[in-house]
Design a protein around this ligand. Sequence first.
Ligand code: PGA
Length: 252
Amino acid sequence: MSSVRTQLVAGNWKMHGSLAVNQTLLQDVLAGLAGCKAAVAVCVPFPYLAQAQTVLAGTPVAWGAQTVSEYAQGAYTGEVAAAMLADFGCRYVLVGHSERRALYGESDAAVAAKFMAAQQAGLIPILCVGETLAEREAAITGEVVTRQLEAVIDAAGVQALARAVVAYEPVWAIGTGKTATPQQAQAVHALIRGRVAAADAAVAEKLQLLYGGSVKPGNAAELFAMPDIDGGLIGGAALVAADFLAICAAAS
Ligand code: PGA
């Protein structure tokens, strides 16, 4: 929580949903958001972008996708270009989510290329970084997160972070029910902001840093109260309107 940065709560639906389920979820979220001061977004599966656009256009809730191709167009069967996401009104796109890195082999270089492709199409990339349990136990959390961040800074330049969001998501906390303590999360957020500040203090001061990994209504407020935590990236709890709304309220 900071006076210079607004908070953002972004839902990551992962590979969940159906037209019928989404319709109810989005309508319930919209109905319960009155008075919410945080920015709110949902990152939905590609086929539901049109639905998100139809339901959410003109509302305070933004929408986005969960990954994007690093290429602008061409013979890349199955891929989706950033300009296509822009066509459906996306404001955000996740890049480098740990599931993409671990299950689909996305390298730091590929993530940086996706980050730049997103920005070229006018989207705001939400760059996900985070360490595995083994890396935390080996006390190399700082090294891992710095490497993931610097791959993007080296490729895109620190100024590019003025049009981006960074989400710290410790892999061991994603979908496991194990949340980083507010102190653990704050320590990594401070490290990230410090690394950006070393390159550009003004960019660092304005950079929205989200925490993700088993954020729930019961732990959101204490996480969001930390000085360098500017909201959350929410997985499981984003699929339940009441939970997502409670988390949004905690960010206000
Ligand atoms: P979770 O997922 O909230 O279910 O832990 C967060 C994420 O993977 O973005």
